[in-house]
Design a protein around this ligand. Structure first.
Ligand SMILES: Nc1ncnc2c1ncn2[C@@H]1O[C@H](COP(=O)(O)OP(=O)(O)O)[C@@H](O)[C@H]1O
Ligand SMILES: O=P(O)(O)O[C@H]1O[C@H](CO)[C@@H](O[C@H]2O[C@H](CO)[C@@H](O)[C@H](O)[C@H]2O)[C@H](O)[C@H]1O
Length: 459
C-alpha cells in the first residue's frame, strides 16, 4: 500500500522524505465485494503530518478486469478478502457507494459499516449507471456514474468539515445555478476526529473547461494577425462577463448563508508581506519585485477595517470553471491547496477570488504567447513584441469584461482598485512559488505580471 501511495498522482508528498506511521481502518462495507476504507498517516521528515484516504475492494480471487489497480495479497489474511484493489477503479465497489446513497432518504442519513451517508433532496440517482474513473492530473479521485452523477473521493483528508461539501451544500440548498448540485456526502471517523470522505453531485454532461475555452479564444486572436480581439471569431468577452456575473451571484449567496466578518487591511497586508518573505526563499527572482510589492501592500494596509470578509472560493481560476449549455459553473471549493484546513475555511475578502480570475485571464493569454514563441521559426524581437502586445490586448479586454459582469456595470471604487491590485500581486507571488515547485518553465508568466505591475506602479 505504501508503494501504491508513493506512485499515486494524487499523493501530495512526492519529492519529500516521509514514513507511513499509522494505518486506521475507518470502514468495512460488506457488498459484495467487501469495501474497506483505510486512512494512512504520513509523517514528513521535514515536519508535518497528512492523512490520506485509501478505499479498497477485496476479493478471494485475483480480478483480471482491475489488474492495473492491484495492491497485492497480504499473507495470513482471511482468504475471502485476500486480494486487494484500489476501489475507485472497481465498478463493483463504486456500486456499493451508489446503492447506499440511493438507500438514504432525502435530507436524512444512513449508517453503514462505520460510515454515515447523507442525502439532500431533489434528485433520483441512476443506480444502473456504471462508474468510470476520471483521468488527468487531479488531487482527488472523481468517478462518474454514467452521465448522471459524480462521486468525488477526497484523497488528502483533514478532521472537520470539508469546505467543498459545506459550500456545495449551501449553494445547492439556495438553488444557486452556478454549481453542480450536491446530492449527498459520506463521513467517517478516525482517532483524530470526524472526517468528510467523499461527495456525490450532479454530473455536468455538457461541460467545457473554462481554461480550454479561453486558450482557444487567444489562439483565434493570434491566428488573425490584422484583427483586434473584438473583431475575431471566438471572442471571449461575452463569456468573461457572464463568468463575472456568476462569481458575483455565488459571493452573494455565500454572504447571505454564512454571514460576513471583519476584515483588516493592516492584517491582510502583513500576511501578504510574510508570504512574500517566505516565497523569496523558494524563488529568489522575486526579490527584485519586493519594493514595488511592499508599496502595493502598504496601500492595502491604509484601507483600514470593514466587515467585507465572508466565505469565498479561495483558489478561483479558469481551470475551476465549467461552461454548460445555459451558464457557468464553479467547481472545487476546497480553497488554496497550500493552506491548512483551518485557514481555508476562514472568511476572506471576495476580491481574492476576483483577483484569481483576473490572474487566470492573464495566464491564458501568456500561455498561448509562450506556445507561439516556442513554435515560431523567426525568433525575431519584433515578432515577440507583437505577440506580447496582442496577449496584453486580449487580457485587458477580458479582464474588463469579467469586472463589468462582477460589478453589474457599476464603476470600481478607488478602494476596490487598491484591493484588486493587492490581491492580484499576492496571487502572482503565490504563483511564482507554485510554478517554481511544480512547473519551472511557467514561472516567467507570474514574474512577467510582477514586472508589469512594477512598471505600472512606477508610472
Ligand atoms: N460536476 C462535474 N461534472 C463533470 N465534470 C466535473 C464536475 N466537477 C468537476 N469536474 C471535472 O473534474 C475535474 C476535477 O474536479 P475538481 O473538483 O477540480 O477535483 P480536484 O480537486 O481533484 O482537482 C475538473 O477540472 C472538471 O473538469
Ligand atoms: O487547481 P488547483 O487547486 O490544483 O490549483 C493549483 O494549480 C493551478 C494550476 O493548474 C494553479 O493555477 C495557475 O495556473 C493556471 C493555469 O494552469 C492559471 O489559470 C491560474 O491563474 C494560475 O494561478 C493554482 O494557482 C494552484 O493553486
Amino acid at each position: 500500500m505504501t508503494r501504491y501511495l508513493a506512485d499515486a498522482r494524487w499523493f501530495g508528498g512526492k519529492g519529500r522524505d516521509y514514513d507511513v506511521v499509522d494505518v486506521q481502518r475507518v470502514a468495512t462495507m460488506v457488498g459484495p465485494p467487501v469495501v474497506t476504507i483505510d486512512v494512512l498517516t504520513v509523517r514528513y521528515a521535514d515536519g508535518g503530518v497528512e492523512l490520506y484516504q485509501m478505499p479498497l475492494s477485496h476479493y478471494p480471487e485475483p480480478q483480471e478486469r482491475i489488474q492495473h489497480a492491484y495492491l497485492g495479497a497480504a499473507p495470513g489474511v482471511d482468504p475471502a478478502v485476500a486480494h486487494t484493489y484500489d476501489a475507485v477503479h472497481d465498478r463493483e465497489a463504486m456500486a456499493v457507494y451508489l446503492e447506499t446513497f440511493d438507500d438514504t432518504p432525502a435530507n436524512a442519513s444512513v449508517e453503514l459499516g462505520g460510515l454515515t451517508f447523507h442525502r439532500l433532496a431533489g434528485h433520483e440517482l441512476d443506480t444502473e449507471a456504471h462508474s468510470t474513473l476520471f483521468s488527468g492530473e487531479q488531487s482527488n479521485s472523481s468517478v462518474a456514474f454514467g452521465d448522471d452523477s459524480l462521486l468525488k473521493v477526497f484523497r488528502k483528508v483533514t478532521p472537520g468539515r470539508n469546505p467543498d461539501i459545506e459550500i456545495h451544500a449551501a449553494l445547492t440548498r439556495a438553488e444557486n445555478p452556478n454549481v453542480a448540485a450536491l446530492y449527498g456526502w459520506v463521513e467517517g471517523s478516525t482517532t483524530d476526529g470526524r472526517l468528510d470522505l467523499a461527495m456525490i453531485q450532479q454530473f455536468l454532461r455538457t461541460a467545457s473547461d473554462g481554461w480550454d475555452l479561453a486558450l482557444s479564444s487567444v489562439r483565434n486572436l493570434f491566428a488573425e494577425a490584422d484583427l483586434h480581439a473584438d473583431e475575431v471569431g471566438g471572442d471571449f468577452a461575452g463569456e468573461a462577463e457572464r463568468l463575472g456575473a456568476a462569481v458575483a451571484e455565488v459571493h452573494q449567496v455565500l454572504r447571505e448563508h454564512f454571514g460576513s466578518a471583519s476584515w483588516s487591511g493592516r492584517e491582510v497586508a502583513a500576511a501578504m508581506g510574510d508570504r512574500l518573505t517566505a516565497q523569496i526563499e523558494v524563488a529568489p527572482a522575486l526579490a527584485e519585485h519586493a519594493d514595488a510589492l511592499r508599496g502595493v501592500y502598504d496601500a492595502l494596509a491604509a484601507l483600514g477595517e470593514d466587515d467585507s470578509a465572508q466565505r469565498i472560493h479561495g483558489d478561483l481560476h479558469l481551470g475551476q470553471t465549467l461552461r454548460v449549455v445555459h451558464n457557468w459553473k464553479l467547481v472545487d471549493f476546497e480553497g488554496e491547496p497550500a493552506k491548512t484546513l483551518a485557514d481555508r475555511v476562514l472568511p476572506d475578502n471576495p476580491w481574492r477570488d476576483v483577483a484569481g480570475m483576473l490572474r487566470s485571464l492573464d495566464y491564458a493569454a501568456r500561455a498561448v504567447e509562450r506556445d507561439f514563441a516556442f513554435e515560431s521559426a523567426s525568433g525575431q524581437q519584433g515578432a515577440a513584441d507583437q505577440l506580447s502586445f496582442r496577449a496584453q490586448e486580449w487580457t485587458r479586454r477580458n479582464r474588463q469584461a469579467f469586472l463589468t459582469g462582477y460589478l453589474q456595470g457599476r464603476e470600481m471604487s478607488p478602494a476596490e482598485q487598491t484591493l484588486v491590485a493587492a490581491y492580484e500581486a499576492d496571487k502572482a507571488v503565490y504563483e511564482v512559488g507554485y510554478e517554481t515547485r511544480n512547473r519551472p518553465t511557467w514561472v516567467s508568466i507570474p514574474l512577467g505580471a510582477l514586472t508589469r505591475l512594477a512598471e505600472g506602479a512606477a508610472r
